[in-house]
Design a binder for this molecule. Structure first.
Ligand code: COA
Length: 535
């Protein structure tokens, strides 16, 4: 496979200036991430530790194999919401390796409002289970939670993808023979009691873990019975009387050791492994991404320069290089795994959409996963393009992507605006993972375009009502829309609401997508079937 020949001069002022700007953006992200990763307020963390408990991220560190990374997902969930009183939405989720097996880990952070669940906590928990389901990964639940954050009940209890979905998912995961282990390391109340109760095996920490459908205050109110938490649902009760838990642990570290021992008995289900020795690192240094990635999203970036810093040996077998150049398509390897790559290089035209759809068909017929690298301004607009059927051709691309039954992965490295987001495997198109770069943006259209659309509509309305066009009002609309889109379009706004699986440092793309492809090999997709392509 030929190596991409980079056109970037890494000694140029443009490159150096871009890098320096990008590192500022990255530093801001890392500072926020660092702060959020501490968990709840210092007083809560101290109290937690005084009780002899480890913090959520310390527990995970101890659970996974030494010197292996933990790929944390959506660490900035609920960022800038709820007065930032729910760092990481009070739950840590991600993928870690336990006895060589990639595992989904879901750990409540009891230092954040007692580990209770708000909307984003629920979304994170369910999303992690979805990833387990799609990639056939075992799950470990490290339970330490007061259940629903009660003031939020209307947002977290009744709907299809609310609290109840956890247990539905556990039953469905179990039916697929996906192992699930619970470690009860603190409170596990009300509906939350079903997490350990529906797991394959459950460990509970003595004098620390409790499981009950109704806690002591509720029991007193309901029946008048007075009972301590330990008597009602402590570790002794559940391992010797009720049988709700299976293993008694003396403390957090002991509980984690028992969990690791259980993992030794879980069979490995990997269908395909790559030979580590045969993996070629990128020829071009991934760190150079900082000098290339867009700072101003209006400036075009050649996506092949980005591909060159992600794929093995910077090698790329390009498909239709001379045709429809605003999209780049081709095959490469990431960490030894074959992957088809579709990357934007400008506006989507009819021929771009046809090239994209053709390439998706190639990937599905060869059963090769697809990586989408998004930097989309959207589909082309205008009389000529509508007459030529841009909607019909765009629909072919969207149709192909929606039905492509191969693992899809999406990384937004620039803008993700308009219907191009759909064709390029946005969240609604079920990519196995979707990550954002810190400087990326996502919205229905760019702020300026949205402001212009609304201003045109307002001007038309004023004219129709026989009023003079009020320039002050027009400027007010422009500013309001620009400010709104600036805030709501940011990667932080997106990741706070779980529209993605997290913001990542661009340099980690190769490692993360490599892992994502590796775990996707655990699950064999059904054969792709397309419907009607409108010709
Ligand atoms: N809803 C809303 N807030 C809750 C909560 C709940 N279910 N459970 C705890 N909190 C809040 C507390 O008000 C406190 O908030 P603050 O930090 O702003 O003061 C914080 O979480 C920590 O709670 P606290 O009781 O001080 O901590 P703890 O470690 O001693 O106990 C629990 C934690 C979860 C064991 C205990 O708070 C509890 O039993 N909560 C009620 C659980 C329950 O009945 N849930 C049913 C819902 S399905």
């Amino acid at each position: 496979m030929n190596r991409i020949k980079s056109q970037i001069d890494i000694n140029s002022d443009t490159f150096k200036q871009n890098k320096s700007e990008y590192l500022k953006i990255l530093n801001k992200y890392k500072t926020i991430l660092n702060e959020v990763s501490k968990g709840g307020p210092e007083s809560s963390r101290e109290r937690h530790k005084k009780r002899g408990k480890l913090l959520a991220r310390e527990r995970i560190e101890l659970l996974i194999d030494k010197n292996t990374p933990f790929i944390e997902l959506s660490a900035l969930a609920s960022f800038n919401q709820y007065d930032n009183s729910f760092p990481s939405a009070g739950i840590v989720t991600g993928i870690g390796v336990i006895h060589g097996k990639e595992t989904i880990i879901i750990a409540n952070d009891a230092t954040v409002k007692g580990g209770t669940y708000i909307r984003q906590t629920i979304k994170k928990h369910i999303r992690a289970q979805e990833i387990a389901m799609e990639n056939h990964l075992p799950c470990v639940y490290m339970v330490d939670s007061g259940g629903v954050f009660l003031p939020e009940q209307a947002n977290v209890f009744p709907d299809k993808f609310d609290f109840g979905r956890f247990f539905y998912n556990q039953a469905r995961l179990s039916a697929k023979k996906i192992p699930q282990i619970s470690i009860v390391m603190g409170s596990c109340t009300a509906g939350g009691a079903y997490v350990p109760a529906m797991s394959d095996e459950t460990i509970i920490v003595k004098n620390q873990g409790t499981i009950f459908i109704g806690g002591p205050p509720l029991v007193k109110a309901a029946t008048g019975e007075e009972v301590s938490a330990e008597e009602l649902g402590g570790a002794d009760v559940h391992t010797s009387i009720s049988g709700v838990a299976d293993h008694l642990a003396m403390n957090d570290a002991h509980a984690i050791e028992i969990c690791r021992n259980i993992f030794e008995t879980i069979p490995d289900t990997h269908y395909e492994k790559t030979e580590i020795n045969s993996i070629e690192p990128p020829y071009y240094d991934p760190e150079e991404l900082y000098g290339i990635l867009p700072i101003d999203l209006k400036k075009p970036v050649d996506s092949k320069e980005i591909i060159a810093r992600i794929v093995d040996g910077s090698r790329f077998q390009e498909f239709k290089a001379r045709y429809a150049p605003t999209i780049t398509t081709g095959f490469a390897k990431i960490m030894g795994y074959n992957v088809g790559i579709i990357a934007n290089n400008g506006v989507l035209f009819s021929e771009t959409a046809l090239k994209g759809a053709h390439f998706v068909e190639l990937c599905t017929s060869r059963n090769i996963p697809i990586l989408f690298l998004q930097n989309i301004t959207g589909f082309i607009v205008g009389k000529q393009y509508e007459r030529n059927g841009i909607a019909r051709d765009g629909a072919k691309f969207v149709h192909a992507v929606a039905n492509a039954n191969v693992p899809k992965f999406t990384v937004v490295f620039g803008g993700s605006f308009g219907a191009g987001n759909y064709a390029m495997a946005g969240r609604a198109y079920d990519p196995r993972f979707l990550f954002m770069y810190p400087n990326s943006k996502i919205s229905v259209m760019g702020g300026e375009q949205a402001a212009n659309v609304l201003i045109t509509i307002t001007q038309e309305k004023m004219k129709a009502e026989g009023k003079d066009v009020n320039l002050d009002e027009i400027e007010k609309i422009r500013k309001e829309i620009l400010d709104k889109y600036e805030e709501e379009g940011s990667a932080y706004y997106s990741t706070s609401r779980l529209w993605d699986d997290g913001i990542i440092d661009p340099i980690d793309t190769r490692k993360i997508i490599g892992l994502a492809i590796a775990i996707s090999k655990n699950n064999i997709d059904e054969e792709t079937k397309y419907g009607v392509f409108r010709m």
